[in-house]
Ligand binder design. Structure first.
Ligand SMILES: *Cc1c(COP(=O)(O)O)cnc(C)c1O
Length: 395
């Protein structure tokens, strides 16, 4: 008798359940915003990447409708064949202008931008130095490239220096890869120090601005602008799906870099061009980011208010953050799940993030420009009630 070659799937799922690592989808209804419909009731949404509230913005919606009417729903082919429209070029120019780079290239997602770019830039003879907390797309891009990968301790410049001293000389090219805002923690990478060390060791730097674009920097250009690194030869990647409220990814940098990627990044060459609707919505969003700094001020103001409110609750352990991502530490995956469920019961949607996504369990809170003061108060009250209940159980 041959054994069922798929039987392992169920066993594997059982193991995932046992560790409290099991995940499943939840359906949200209606237009996304600060309040969403979840399980048949309204909850305050602290789980969205829509930092500026642009996903529901009438101008993005109208831009997407107009582009769909003009060009149809799909782009019908890869960019090098039939999938390129003037809209793509306009969006790439707009991104380059926002980022103050010579050029930019739009991918169908941020994930594809990362894996395609990393795999195009380095190979077997090369070295990748990666922050241990990098996003999955950066990690998988590194693996796909076939390079030697050395992880350095999270945001630890000393460790980066030690690793470079030990490994750099044995490799042809070297690429330092890091999130700018760490997606599951909310802290920032020490970009100026990374840039300085990269220069010293002759390394390229790829920085993932997914959670920073539209949010950080005086003009919303991201962490690079925030740290005054605009104009440095960097490889900036990011997504159109977070603060920009659409879908897709991009790389911004020198024209020679972009020209090279158009010829060498398989996840750009061999995939269908971004849809007209997504492209037009993102283009509108980039313009709004530049024209309406008050949205950025509002989200950052909300972050300050929430941090201030939370300081009154010493029982809440807030992880270090300099972005709209705030994380409340939880003792275990089970604890995180329980807190998440209790928050939901209190009308708050803030997800439990557990291993293997992160090393330690937490509740992850994303603050948006569209949150009102009352939303922040309700979140803090709910967290306080849950924390008090827990301490009563212990003492
Ligand atoms: C979300 C995210 C991505 C992926 O972007 P998508 O456009 O959603 O594929 C890449 N890097 C980081 C750091 C992210 O948070």
């Amino acid at each position: 008798m041959l054994s069922d070659p798929y039987a392992w799937l169920e066993q594997s799922l059982a193991t995932i359940h046992q560790a409290d690592w099991y995940r499943s989808v939840q359906t949200l209804h209606g237009r996304s915003g600060a309040i969403v419909q979840l399980d048949g009731r309204e909850v305050i949404n602290f789980a969205s990447n829509d930092y500026l509230g642009l996903t529901g913005d009438e101008r993005l919606i109208q831009a997407a409708i107009a582009a769909t009417k003009e060009y149809g729903t799909g782009s019908t082919g890869s960019r090098l064949l039939t999938g390129h429209r003037q809209l793509h070029q306009q969006l790439e120019r707009a991104i380059a202008s926002l980022k103050q780079t010579e050029d930019a290239l739009v991918f169908s997602s941020g994930y594809l931008a990362n894996i395609g770019t990393i795999a195009a830039l380095v190979g077997k003879r090369d070295l990748i130095l990666a922050d241990q907390y990098n996003h999955s797309s950066l990690k998988n891009g590194a693996i796909l490239s076939g390079s030697v990968i050395v992880n350095y301790a999270h945001s630890d410049i000393e460790d980066l220096k030690i690793q470079l001293t030990q490994h750099r000389q044995h490799h042809r090219r070297c690429l330092i890869v890091t999130d700018s805002v760490f997606s599951m923690d909310g802290d920032l990478c020490p970009l100026p120090e990374i840039v300085a060390i990269a220069e010293h060791f002759s390394c390229m730097v790829l920085v993932d601005e997914a959670h920073a674009t539209g949010v950080l920097g005086a003009n919303g250009a991201g962490c690079v602008e925030h740290f005054g690194c605009t104009g440095q030869t960097l490889i900036q990647v990011g997504t159109l799906s977070k603060a920009l409220g659409s879908l897709g990814g991009y790389v911004a940098g020198s024209s020679v870099l972009i020209d090279f990627l158009r010829n060498r990044a398989p996840s750009w060459i061999y995939t269908t061009g971004l849809s007209p609707a997504d492209t037009a919505a993102a283009l509108e969003a980039v313009q709004i980011v530049q024209q309406e700094p008050e949205r950025r001020a509002k989200v950052n103001n909300n972050v300050d208010t929430l941090k201030h409110l939370m300081q009154r609750l010493p029982q809440l352990k807030l992880l270090p953050s300099e972005s709209p991502i705030l994380c409340v530490k939880q003792a275990s995956a089970t604890d995180a799940l329980t807190t998440g469920e209790k928050l939901k019961a209190a009308g708050i949607f803030a997800p439990a993030i557990r291993p293997p996504t992160v090393p330690t369990s937490r509740i992850r809170i994303s603050v948006m420009a569209t949150h009102e003061l009352s939303h922040l108060h309700q979140l803090v009250l709910a967290l306080e009630a849950i924390a008090q209940h827990k301490s009563r159980l212990y003492f």
